[in-house]
Design a protein around this ligand. Structure first.
Ligand code: ADP
Length: 465
């Protein structure tokens, strides 16, 4: 119970109530008792005057009777002494009235005239009163414990009532707070078991509602990621399956001993080709996974992008010659330097130029150009190939996406995902302009200098805040 938020709330409430009631109770009791004592003293001095007038106006033979009745009807003890009328005491026997000897000494002691005091919890007052031509000493005691007890009892009663009713109200309030938290805890447990469809209801905009809203958003995000993960896995297994089936099939045929040499050669080549395909696929997947890691680190240097493009084009020329495709490089008059990860950007140009060659028919043209703008370096790769519809363009940067008619061409649908990840890591962007059966142009813009990258870094951080 103590461990639950419920228990903690109740304990907190009890401690608060007990503490605040103890403090206020002590202060109220003290002030009330002081008031009762003050009132008692006023009453005692009036009583003393009253007794004086009773003694003066009453027949001495009835005096005893009158004073005794008076004392019994009040919470007052009266003791009188005078050498003339002697010693009388009336009232409650529980109070210890001074004896005759004490009264005699008070009578003769000037300091004891008109003196208030407190004795065994009783308020006392002693004074000389005039009776006829002489004096008498009157000592009056008042028992205030009764009034004090009444107040203490009502304080205890109030405490009890507040305790009970407060607890009931508090239990109801605690329920309102605790219930949504319990619901959220249950939902969190469900989520941790992998049930991403779990959601919590919420109304309003208080802290708990915001927490619930945050939970729902998190669950939704997780569900989306889970969907992407599952699609990724099914795409991977599908991509692996096709070459593996081919390898298995042709390896089985190769087992036949009387196979002509040419066929053996042909099937071995297919197996080799398919295993290369598998190897490229796993390399691309690894590359993509590394690029998408949160802690991916790029190795930035400043280097000549013109030289880099020139180098990449010469490595791709073999493929182009096979299809009788010409690659034109429109070199700028001045060298252009760029601040970036040389190795990774090389991958970007390889993927884009090899795609341009792959998706262009024999005899086509691929044009590569590079220019520098105020802040960026702009590289464009243009081809006279198949082109793409708007619908196709909206998917080409998704993992494993391949246009239907592209399936006859070697590929795995990861090249442009890798391109996009690398460009994003450089805070650059990529645009595609394309027309079906006319050709496509991929335009990459990258910040040319470190300060522009830092600036974009800061801007994207601010946006995240
Ligand atoms: P892959 O080339 O391995 O299929 P990519 O991710 O590089 O994978 O490209 C995704 C798809 O985008 C290709 O399958 C193709 O349909 C389309 N595509 C990419 N580049 C071009 C291009 N230059 N011309 C026409 N279509 C292209």
């Amino acid at each position: 119970m103590m461990k639950s938020i419920y228990g903690k709330l109740i304990c907190g409430f009890l401690i608060t109530i007990i503490f605040s009631f103890s403090v206020s109770g002590i202060i109220a009791l003290k002030s009330n008792y002081d008031q009762i004592d003050d009132m008692a003293q006023t009453e005692l001095s009036a009583t003393s005057d009253f007794i004086a007038s009773v003694i003066n106006s009453t027949d001495r033979t009835k005096l005893n009777d009158v004073l005794s009745k008076y004392s019994n009807s009040t919470q007052v003890n009266t003791t009188i002494f005078s050498p003339e009328i002697g010693y009388f005491t009336f009232g409650k026997t529980t109070m210890h009235a001074p004896d005759e000897k004490q009264m005699q000494s008070y009578y003769f002691d000037e300091n004891k005239n008109g003196v208030y005091g407190e004795e065994n919890n009783y308020q006392t007052y002693g004074s000389l009163i005039e009776i006829g031509d002489s004096n008498a000493y009157v000592y009056i005691q008042k028992d205030t414990s009764y009034e004090k007890r009444i107040f203490a009892n009502s304080a205890v009663l109030i405490l009890g009532c507040v305790f009970l009713s407060g607890n009931l109200v508090f239990l109801a309030i605690a329920d309102i707070i605790v219930k949504p938290i319990t619901r959220l805890t249950k939902a969190t447990k469900e989520l941790s078991k992998g049930n991403y469809s779990v959601r919590v209801n919420y109304v309003g905009d208080d802290e708990i509602s915001q927490l619930n809203q945050g939970f729902n958003q998190m669950a939704q995000q997780l569900a989306k990621q889970e969907e992407i993960r599952q699609k990724f896995i099914s795409d991977i297994s599908h991509e692996f399956q096709t070459p593996l089936t081919a390898i298995q099939g042709f390896a089985n045929i190769l087992k036949e001993e009387d196979l002509p040499k040419e066929q053996r050669q042909k099937y071995a080549d297919i197996i080799l080709f398919q295993s290369k395909r598998l190897s490229t696929l796993s390399k691309n997947m690894l590359q993509l996974t590394l690029l998408e890691r949160e802690d991916v680190e790029l190795e930035f240097t400043t280097y000549s992008i013109v030289e880099q493009l020139d180098r990449v084009i010469s490595t791709q020329e073999n493929q182009a010659i096979l299809k009788d495709i010409e690659i034109q490089f429109e070199q700028p008059r001045k060298d252009i330097m760029i601040y970036g990860d040389e190795q990774r950007l090389e991958q970007v140009w390889i993927n884009l130029i090899s795609n341009a060659i792959k998706y262009t028919d024999n005899g086509g043209l691929v044009t590569v150009s590079v220019k520098k703008t105020a802040r960026d370096v702009e590289v464009s790769i243009e081809d006279t190939g198949h082109g793409m519809s708007k619908e196709v363009i909206s998917h080409i940067f998704e993992r494993f996406y391949r246009e239907e008619k592209a399936r006859s061409v070697e590929g795995n649908g990861l090249g442009l995902s890798i391109v996009k990840s690398i460009i994003d890591l450089h805070h650059g962007n990529i645009d595609v302009i394309s027309q079906v059966d006319v050709g496509s142009t991929f335009i990459v813009r990258l910040p040319s200098e470190r300060k522009f990258i830092d600036l974009k870094d800061k801007l994207s951080l601010n946006r995240k805040d």
